[in-house]
Structure formats: C-alpha cells, structure tokens
Design a protein around this ligand. Structure first.
Ligand code: ATP
Length: 353
C-alpha cells in the first residue's frame, strides 16, 4: 500500500537529511503511529507520501504506483485516494460546515446529487449532523477537526494521513477524535498518524514507527509511545553553545497530554452506526473489493530497536530544488491540478472504484 525503498530527503540548504535511507512498508488497513522528537522527520514522511515533496534518493510506491512516475498534472488525481488532516484544521472560514465538506467534492466535479447525499452521510458519520449550517468560528476545536476529517473522508479515500490531528485539542476531545479515526480505520481505510501524544499511542496499541533524526529506530506491532534510550539530536544553540555542531541529549519525558484513563473513559462522540449505515456499508464494500484485488503480503519483520549513538551521513545539498508554487487552496489540498479547472478530472490515476 505504502512502500519506501531507501528513501532519503534532504531539503535544499540543510546540513543533514530530514529522512535518511528509510525503508518501510505500510499494509492495507493498518493503523500506524509515527512518533519521534520534533524535527525527527514525521511531517516529511507524510509529505513524501502525498507527493508534496520529492525524495532526494530512493523510491516511493503508494497504492501500487511509483510516485516518481506520476506527472505534476496527474498528482491531484493520485491524491484523491488520500485524505489529509492537519493539526490546525485548515477549514475555509467563510464557508459553512456543509460547504467545507462539499467543496472537496465540487472541485473534483462530483454531481450535485452525489454531493447532496455524500455530505450529510459523512457529517453524520463524524457526529456533526445538525451543525451543517454553522461556520467554523461557531464550532469548538474538536468540532472543527471533525469537519476537517469529514472533508478528508467524504470521497472515501483508501489512505488517511493525519499530522498531529489532536495537537490543538484538550484530552477528552482528543480521545473522541481518536475513536472516530479508529472507526474510519475499522471501515478499511489505512491510517498513518504523526503524533506526540503518549497517552493515545499507549492506549491504542497499534503499530508504532519511531523516527529519530530521520532514521527509523523502532517499528513495533503493538507499540507504546515510550522510547528506548534513544538520544535526541538537536542543533546547538548559538547563544549558549558557540560551536555550531550538533549535540546529543537524552530525551525528556513529559507528562502525556491525553492520559490513558481519559482514553479509556472516552465516549465516542460520533453517532453509533446503525445496521443500515450506508456510508459504513459502502466503505466496507469498497475495501472488500479492493482487498480482494490485491493480495496482502506478509508483514515485514519489526526492526531491531537501535540504541547508542546515531550516525548522520552528510549528503550533498541538491541545487535543483524547484521554487514553491503559488497554489490555490484546492490545489494545495491536492483536489485540483495546478492551473486546472473544476470538472477537469477525466483522467484518473490509480485504482478506481
Ligand atoms: N521545507 C523545509 N526546508 C528545509 N528544512 C526543512 C523543511 N521542512 C522540514 N525541514 C527540516 O527537516 C527536518 C524534519 O522536519 P519535519 O517537519 O519532518 O519533522 P517532524 O518530526 O514532523 O517535526 P515536528 O514534530 O516538530 O512537526 C527538520 O530538521 C526540519 O527543520
């Protein structure tokens, strides 16, 4: 489903790679936590899956496609199979809840009839029916994140990428968001979530991939958040440490924002599915069909946890990085080709459903 083969990402003008020769595979239907200190490479990993960034070296396959062979024009079509949720929600402030979710279907040219069915179904799924006419500033943070999740899943993506989706939420609201993500995963969507929330990771006992300074140092099937004694790499502070070298420090263990007790007591805030829940049924049918077509390969063996010093090979800084493009919101969300128009979507890339 998602495969990295010795992938290195080094940003222009930086001294060391953000990701260093990463090899990893995420299987269909998995729920994976990406953990690691700030700057360890989690967001870079997600951006590479989205093809927002190109690897400096190595190959990435997502949904059976070699990302290196997808042209810029076809990236939006590829991204239709991926939903994305961010820490800061990224809702359109001047659109209602309904219109925020409908927007992601409008820009890919879905019919009015389709949108009128899909949006209410999805709002119900995330526990927001009855709030369709509200504007984002009339919602709580947790409700805004639910709108963002609804927008991400309304087109039934096969993969949901979440970059610290609970980072701006209180513990109880975070726990509710996690029950929602669990349910989305249970309907067949592969979920990859970057997080710093120890309580969530410890409670959910899902696969945990830990990055440290751009290297995978742990890959555990039912892991917790707590790290082995892995040194955390940070830049020397010029004010207190005149030498501009990297220094190694022991990790600091902070109290988890979402304690396990809160996770355990969290009531799902979404509406429980009924026997006739069309969205869940449709998602299950899509997943069953897709899974039947693609044989599941055996799970990779967990990597041996690494301890001790981290080596940081210094790679040449590439000089041919393109300038960031000026993109509209629809283009940034991967919903429309750069310069494309609504409905300009006749050529799909990747599995069609
Ligand atoms: N666009 C960029 N240009 C240059 N360097 C970058 C860029 N984006 C990220 N980096 C660097 O790459 C490294 C990894 O960053 P990344 O954002 O992937 O880490 P992260 O684990 O997601 O961090 P956080 O938990 O703080 O979000 C960091 O050293 C960061 O400074």
């Amino acid at each position: 489903m998602i495969r990295f083969d010795t992938v290195t990402k080094q940003y222009s003008g930086t001294q060391r790679p953000a990701l260093n020769a990463i090899t990893i595979e995420v299987l269909r239907g998995e729920f994976v936590f990406l953990v690691g200190a700030s700057g360890s490479g989690k967001s870079s990993f997600l951006r590479l899956i989205l093809k927002e960034e190109k690897p400096t070296k190595g190959q990435i396959h997502v949904l059976g496609q070699d990302l290196g062979s997808i042209s810029s024009r076809k990236i939006p079509y590829f991204r239709r199979n991926l939903g994305v949720v961010f820490q800061d929600f990224r809702l359109l402030p001047n659109k209602t809840v309904y219109d925020n979710v409908a927007f992601s279907l409008q820009v890919i040219g879905k019919s009015r009839g389709f949108i009128q069915e899909a949006v209410p179904d999805t709002l119900k799924l995330v526990g927001l029916d009855g709030k369709a006419k509200r504007y984002p500033n009339e919602l709580s943070g947790g409700e805004q994140q639910r709108v963002a999740i609804a927008r991400a899943i309304v087109n039934k993506p096969q993969v949901l990428l979440a970059d610290e989706p609970t980072g701006n939420l209180d513990p109880t609201t975070s726990a509710g968001i996690m029950t929602l993500l669990e349910r989305i995963n249970a309907s067949g969507t592969t979920v990859v979530m970057a997080t710093h929330e120890a309580g969530i990771v410890d409670q959910m006992k899902r696969r945990v991939i830990e990055l440290s300074a751009g290297t995978i140092v742990r890959d555990e099937r039912q892991g917790g958040y707590a790290t082995q004694a892995i040194p955390t790499v940070r830049e020397a502070r010029p004010d207190t440490e005149p030498t501009p070298e990297l220094v190694v420090e022991q990790p600091t263990v902070s109290a988890p924002k979402v304690p396990i007790a809160v996770m355990e007591q969290a009531q799902p805030l979404y509406v429980e599915p009924e026997a006739t829940d069309d969205v869940t049924d449709a998602a299950a049918a899509v997943t069953a069909a897709a899974t039947a077509a693609v044989p599941i390969v055996p799970a990779p063996q967990p990597a041996t946890p690494t301890t001790g010093a981290i080596t940081r090979p210094v790679l040449p800084v590439p000089t041919d990085q393109p300038e960031p493009e000026q993109l509209s919101l629809a283009e940034r969300l991967g919903l429309r080709a750069p310069g494309g128009k609504p409905g300009d979507d006749d050529q799909e890339v990747g599995p069609t459903r």
